[in-house]
Design a protein around this ligand. Structure first.
Ligand code: AMP
Length: 500
């Protein structure tokens, strides 16, 4: 075992680490810091919560400590790109912690807040700039910053950056960076196509990996409960009341879904806040801060919060809905069990999500333990407003309010008013799901299964597209009415859409 003292880091950095209470480098830090101190490029794969930020921050700070230079106007010596605003702010905060005895100028810029003050701050130049790609491009276009003096370039959460459609911005930024620089590429997951894309930014990189890509955070205990979509709110309420929870993150697939869960919890006397892309930056920051400070114990989030957010003491992660991109599950559950602690992840799986669960288990190689429904659940569900009886069978379009467990109208608390368990399928057939002896539900035979089957027949690229498209659907919202099946290039997409 080595200590930070053995790595040859500058004294002010060691002092800051001591003040932060760190003495031993984590595995990713042990592997990354020596080659980075030699100026090598690096491609790092590390699980979330492994100390990735310090792995790139410490050697960079050492570089600035040992090679001081006067700041140039409208310029920076180091650029760190992050896919989300929260993560950018957090990375900048880490740099400030580890670099507090170095007198460096560290700044952070992202969208959703006025650009004017950012331009003013950059005018004198900064040493380290952490940015989200969109706002950085805006600032470059407005001549508030130039990248010509960048010596170290870091791409964090590289795969998500590409996923989120930042590839064009990245290519542009790459062209503006000096060819002579050190480049670091970090990611928790690294699908092959993204690794290949990453290669265009890297020059003979050292490759470090502390766990195979997409290995589920090892200390997270994983559970799954099979439950109807419309009953998930009840299940969540009971779990939050019965489990020993320090802080819990609840993930939904959509922004409206997150708001609905918060309202449902409020109705049950549980205070929670939502964080998602429809909230203003001020609201997002305030919610995260309240969660961090322990003022609220429950934060309901879309996948925007799945990555990078480092809030200590998250004891539970609830997947209210499963992500349909399996890698996202790894990021979500990685929000707990950070920095050596233990954590629990619970997934609520409706019949039409079983395929997603299988994909997740295939990716992680871990089988989540099945938990039955808790005591009092049936009584609580029985107390829900009764579902409105199905209308006359619609022969032509059964999707509406029918077989999809997320279908039907919902009231403000997210409780379904109709179209719950069963209904009328696309071809007019009746669908009824039945409880299994294990406390789960028989697999749904419904339109979404058709969609899944259609997805499985697709070429990989189309499948990814369809999955992304579907991820924007709100599982709790009434399904849309799609027209008859078309043939031709859009057929897969239509199959998925219609299934909604
Ligand atoms: P990261 O993976 O960079 O988000 O870091 C996860 C958490 O581990 C953060 O709260 C860090 O402050 C903490 N951390 C990072 N490196 C160390 C270390 N060497 N010793 C103790 N805690 C650390």
């Amino acid at each position: 075992m080595s200590f930070f003292h053995d790595l040859g880091l500058a004294q002010p950095i060691l002092k800051a680490l001591e003040a932060a209470g760190y003495d031993t480098p984590t595995p990713i830090q042990q592997q990354s810091i020596p080659p980075l101190l030699q100026g090598r490029d690096l491609c790092g794969i590390a699980q979330t919560g492994t100390g990735k930020t310090a792995a790139f921050a410490l050697p960079s700070l050492h570089h600035f400590a040992t090679k001081p230079k006067a700041r140039q106007q409208y310029s920076c010596r180091m650029l760190v790109l992050s896919p989300t605003r929260e993560l950018a702010a957090q990375i900048a905060e880490s740099f400030r912690t580890y670099g507090k005895f170095l007198g460096l100028k560290i700044d952070c810029v992202f969208g959703g807040v006025p650009i004017f003050s950012q331009k003013k701050r950059l005018a004198g130049g900064v040493d380290i700039l952490v940015a989200t790609p969109g706002r950085l491009i805006d600032l470059i276009e407005q001549r508030a910053i130039t990248l010509k003096d960048v010596e170290i370039f870091v791409l964090d959460e590289a795969d998500q950056m590409m996923d989120l459609g930042f590839i064009h911005a990245l290519k542009r930024i790459d062209q503006l960076l000096p060819k002579q620089r050190q480049t670091l590429f970090f990611s928790a997951t690294m699908p092959k196509a993204i690794a290949e894309l990453g290669n265009r930014f890297l020059n003979n990189p050292v490759r470090v990996s502390v766990a195979p890509a997409a290995t589920t955070a090892e200390r997270v205990e994983q559970f799954v409960t099979f439950v109807e979509q419309r009953e998930k709110q009840t299940l969540l309420t009971l779990k939050l009341k019965s489990e020993d929870i320090d802080r819990a993150l609840v993930f939904t697939r959509t922004k409206h879904g997150a708001d609905r869960v918060v309202r449902g919890l409020a109705g049950a006397g549980i205070q929670a806040a939502a964080i998602h892309g429809n909230k203003s930056q001020g609201q997002r920051t305030a919610a995260l801060q309240a969660f961090r400070d322990g003022k609220i114990k429950i934060l309901v989030a879309t996948d925007i919060a799945a990555r990078g957010i480092d809030v200590p003491g998250v004891s539970h992660v609830f997947n209210f809905e499963l992500p349909n991109v399996p890698e996202q599950y790894v990021h979500r559950i990685g929000r707990t069990a950070r920095a050596g602690r233990e954590g629990v992840a619970m997934s609520f799986v409706a019949g039409d999500e079983r395929g997603y669960m299988k994909d997740i288990e295939r990716l992680t190689g871990v089988r989540a333990m099945t938990l039955g429904l808790p005591e009092g659940f049936r009584a609580a569900v029985a107390a829900l407003p009764p579902p409105i009886a199905d209308k006359k069978p619609q022969q032509s379009r059964g999707g509406r309010g029918g077989g999809h467990p997320g279908g039907g109208r919902s009231n403000y608390a997210g409780k379904k008013l109709g179209g719950n368990n069963g209904g009328i399928g696309r071809n007019g057939e009746t669908r009824q799901r039945t409880p299994t002896p294990q406390g789960g539900w028989s697999p749904a035979v419904g339109p979404r299964d058709d969609a899944q089957a259609a997805r499985e027949r697709m070429p990989t690229a189309d499948r990814a597209f369809a999955a992304r498209k579907e991820s924007r659907r709100d599982p709790g919202a009434p399904p849309r009415n799609y027209g008859p099946k078309k043939s031709g290039p859009g057929k897969y997409r239509n199959a998925v859409k219609r299934a909604g």
